[in-house]
Design a binder for this molecule. Structure first.
Ligand SMILES: Cc1cc2nc3c(=O)[nH]c(=O)nc-3n(C[C@H](O)[C@H](O)[C@H](O)COP(=O)(O)OP(=O)(O)OC[C@H]3O[C@@H](n4cnc5c(N)ncnc54)[C@H](O)[C@@H]3O)c2cc1C
Length: 414
């Protein structure tokens, strides 16, 4: 069971416990009590959804990496919406006043919040093709149905919401965290979330459509494999915050990034980044860390997904690890650090296997098996396009090559 599953189960258990210890302040049916339990559970779910968006350090710890937390953010939002639907259905079934919509304003607010929430969730799920910045701008409006939902809770609940009861104390703490998280993410994060500030000292093209650049950030720390959110020339908003892996970190405080033009903003960055440009960094995030794995490992890098592996081998990989690195790329021209990776083979405990699509096509599980003994236990570390992992994992299963564990870093959140 994943760590965050335990946390979620804990949140549900506490909510059910405090609900069962609290009596409604008016005489209502058991069904309406249960309806308000579902309402309470949805508020807890939404507070957790909002807390994830703060990108607070504990989010990495709870979810095993910020990149993983966004997948939970999505699923938890949908689950919370489902809890709200159950809450409304049971309430409408058991409180005729609400059904007529003639119920008091706070009840109507509940229905409005549900409709707005459902519409914005549909937009979030269906408009994924929308430009990311526009998608994010629409997505921020999720705060509205959340706040209206809270007005509904404080105005229509049949429990004393401000009394010293287990349920109200718990929900008041939960709602406070939810509201504070919203306020921080929507209004403060872009200003307060980037404490590291420096200037570009080196820019170099390292492959077609890919630049490497270094920024001096004295005192900045990150473990190999971690990523940050990065802005360039924030005052001009030329390059709003985007996530990039730290592909190198020198003792002299130089932080290195390797960026491939994969969309509108990165295309502009790769074309226009200049020495002297101002760069702001967030704290380091992510739990993609080979050093926590078994000694026998298979590393799979797809294209720019070589970035975290570069930070691993640049920092030096202890001899206790026995690694096969499969570096798959479209063509030599588009593959950053190809010479460095080739050199690894001679010098280190990392055996390198190059997979040039123009020569050998896509990397296959059969190719990986050629370098593994049938019985050996190994961990897989993967960074690359989602579709590549989606194709390799079933292939591995088909040839009964079962990694002891698979660790991957997703290069996209939505
Ligand atoms: C943990 C992580 C580490 C990454 N490391 C690197 C790296 O080292 N080098 C590299 O070249 N690329 C890296 N990426 C990918 C990089 O962030 C995207 O290519 C970039 O955000 C594309 O932005 P765009 O505006 O050019 O493209 P768009 O066309 O706007 O976006 C393409 C996709 O990128 C994602 N994306 C866009 N903007 C953002 C944003 N602000 N926040 C989160 N996701 C966004 C969305 O999923 C979107 O669908 C990483 C991504 C993640 C999540």
């Amino acid at each position: 069971m994943k760590r965050h599953h335990l946390h979620m189960a804990g949140l549900v258990a506490v909510t059910v416990a405090v609900w069962s210890m609290t009596r409604p302040s008016v005489d209502i049916s058991t069904a309406l009590e249960v309806a308000q339990l579902f309402g309470a559970l949805s508020l807890v779910g939404l507070a957790a959804v909002n807390f994830i968006t703060t990108r607070h350090g504990s989010v990495d710890a709870i979810f095993g990496g910020l990149d993983k937390s966004y997948a939970v953010h999505k699923r938890l939002s949908v689950a919370s919406l489902a809890l709200v639907v159950v809450h409304v259905v049971i309430a409408v079934e058991n409180e005729p006043a609400v059904e007529a919509g003639g119920g008091h304003g706070a009840s109507a607010a509940g229905v409005f919040s549900l409709v707005a929430f459902a519409l914005l969730t549909l937009v979030a799920l269906l408009a994924r093709k929308l430009n990311y910045e526009r998608w994010k701008a629409v997505h921020k409006w999720m705060v509205l149905p959340y706040v209206i939902g809270l007005i509904h809770y404080y105005g229509a609940s049949d429990y004393a919401v401000l009394a010293w009861t287990p349920l109200s104390l718990w929900l008041n703490v939960v709602n406070l965290i939810g509201v504070a998280s919203c306020f921080y993410s929507v209004f403060l994060y872009e200003r307060l979330g980037f404490p590291w500030r420096g200037r570009v000292e080196h820019v170099q093209e390292v492959a077609a459509g890919t630049v490497e650049f270094r920024v001096r950030m004295n005192g900045f720390t990150a473990r190999p494999g971690q990523f940050v959110f990065l802005k360039v020339n924030p005052k001009t908003r030329r390059f709003p915050s985007h996530p990039f892996t730290v592909s190198g970190l020198s003792e002299r405080g130089l932080v290195q990034f390797t960026v491939k033009s994969l969309g509108d903003h990165t295309a502009r960055l790769v074309r226009g980044l200049t020495v002297g440009d101002a760069v702001w960094l967030s704290r380091a995030h992510g739990r993609f860390d080979y050093s926590k794995g078994r000694p026998r490992q298979v590393w799979i890098a797809g294209g720019i997904g070589i970035a975290p592996f570069r930070s691993f081998y640049e920092a030096g990989v202890p001899q206790v690890f026995d690694i096969d690195l499969f570096y798959a790329y479209n063509s030599e021209a588009e593959s950053p650090y190809l010479r460095e990776v080739k050199a690894l083979d001679e010098e280190s405990n990392i055996r390198v296997h190059l997979c040039d699509f123009t020569e050998t096509g896509f990397l296959t599980a059969r190719r990986i098996r050629q370098h593994l003994h049938p019985e050996e236990q190994f961990d897989v570390y993967f960074c690359g396009p989602k579709a590549m992992l989606g194709s390799l994992l079933p292939q591995l299963a088909d040839i009964e090559l079962k990694p002891a564990s698979v660790h991957y870093e997703e290069f996209q959140f939505k």
